[in-house]
Design a protein around this ligand. Structure first.
Ligand SMILES: *Cc1c(COP(=O)(O)O)cnc(C)c1O
Length: 409
């Protein structure tokens, strides 16, 4: 018999979201009248922009004609889309040849793990989006789980808490480490400042580290002083890959379209450009993003598309403000609840001092019929926190807020 991939065997806990779904299902089965509202999963809820949807529909109809049909495209993506992303989002901080179109940021993160191989040390923010660590465990890069259940041996966990403004102590990172960094952050909602990112980039360049910068929420940044891409920081081109996505700004979570920037200046220890190997990975393991989705991406980047994306993000940010105001109510304040919402990300990260995340999750599900995400599912430093997501229809958000306002903890 074939041996099981030991990386998969090493994965400790189950994936967070299936466990949330299981508890929700069980609760719904025993409480059939409960009208459950989810402020849990970070999934978009609002319809696509008509302008963007029409571009995809037109492209799809074109495929049914002799003139409009095309089969496989370039694995790196349509030239027009690569150029548009470089000029609109990166304003000449990245060249079109450094933009690789993909089926999404999560998928790119998984492929990046094959780019670096099993011996690479990794560091992650704690709490963090699960794929950075779990994906590394699958490829073997994170080693086996620790016996005390406190994480994986090849992983340096970097606590990000209110005490350090959700920016980690970089001195814990060893030289030649792959650093996953997400800003605006999922789950904390925190956005790193220019000064913080400068420290991160300087540290990486000095210590031979490479940063995998997950900017999936860049479109939520409203404070003009906050960097929207790592390449706003001098020196980032020699130490950082940026992964990004249309999922959150354009509601493309189901359509599937993302991109990664791999600068020509980024090199491995032996001098090989990372860009060269990434090109090899994309041509070997990937066969190009859907051409229909790419037509939608192009439409998202014209004037109307950009305005529609901004309106969609504004809608979610307003939801976030409503949730924040509710959680700042007297019934929470008297229990010492701390609310972190920056207005530059979709998540309201909330601390319930002295309580376990899963207990608070169960209380809110039971008393308010609202599904949230327990912070501990994102890493040990997330214990006692709950992540409230602002993705939802306004009416549902308002109803969830009315119920939360009456919650007695
Ligand atoms: C939603 C999300 C993504 C986007 O993933 P896609 O595969 O592009 O849909 C990436 N990173 C983080 C942190 C996210 O929350």
């Amino acid at each position: 018999m074939i041996e099981r991939n030991s990386g998969l065997a090493n994965l400790t806990a189950g994936y967070l979201f299936p466990e949330i779904a299981r508890r929700r299902r069980e609760y719904a089965a025993s409480h059939p009248d409960a009208k459950i509202i989810s402020l849990g999963i970070g999934n978009t809820t609002e319809p696509l922009s008509e302008h963007i949807a029409k571009a995809m529909a037109d492209y799809a109809m074109g495929l049914a004609t002799k003139e409009g049909y095309s089969g496989y495209g370039d694995e790196q993506g349509m030239t027009a889309l690569r150029e548009k992303i470089a000029s609109v989002f990166y304003k000449n901080m990245a060249d079109a040849s450094e933009v690789f179109i993909s089926d999404g940021a999560k998928c790119d993160i998984a492929r990046i793990q094959t780019l670096f191989g099993a011996k690479t040390k990794i560091a992650v923010q704690d709490p963090a989006y699960p794929v950075y660590v779990d994906g590394s465990v699958v490829t073997g890069a994170a080693g086996a789980g620790k016996k005390d259940g406190s994480g994986y041996e090849g992983v340096t966990y970097l606590p990000c808490t209110p005490e350090n403004h959700f920016f980690p102590d970089l001195s814990k990172i060893q030289p030649n480490t792959l650093i996953y960094f997400c800003s605006p952050n999922n789950p904390t909602g925190a956005s790193a400042t220019k000064e913080e990112l400068t420290r991160l980039v300087d540290f990486a360049n000095k210590n031979g580290c490479i940063i995998i910068y997950d900017a999936a929420y860049f479109a939520f940044i409203r404070d003009p002083a906050l960097p929207k891409t790592i390449y706003e920081i001098p020196g980032a081109r020699t130490c950082a890959i940026e992964v990004n996505s249309f999922s959150k700004p354009a509601g493309f979570t189901g359509v599937r379209l993302g991109w990664s920037i791999v600068p020509n200046d980024l090199k491995f220890a032996d001098g090989t450009p990372v860009n060269k190997d990434w090109n090899r990975i994309m041509t070997t393991l990937f066969n190009g993003a859907s051409n229909v989705a790419q037509a939608g991406g192009l439409a998202a980047l014209d004037e109307k598309g950009l305005a529609d994306m901004k309106a969609s993000v504004d809608y979610y940010l307003e939801n976030g403000r409503l949730i924040k105001e509710t959680l700042e109510g007297e019934n929470f304040k008297k229990n010492g609840v701390e609310v972190y919402f920056t207005g530059n990300g979709p998540y309201v990260w909330t601390k319930f001092p002295g309580k376990k995340s899963w207990d608070v999750f169960d209380t809110i599900l039971d008393k308010c019929h609202v599904v949230t995400t327990p912070g501990s599912g994102f890493g040990p430093a997330g214990e006692s926190f709950i992540r409230f997501s602002s993705f939802g229809h306004r009416a549902d958000i308002e109803e969830a807020c009315r119920r939360l306002a009456k919650l007695e903890l």
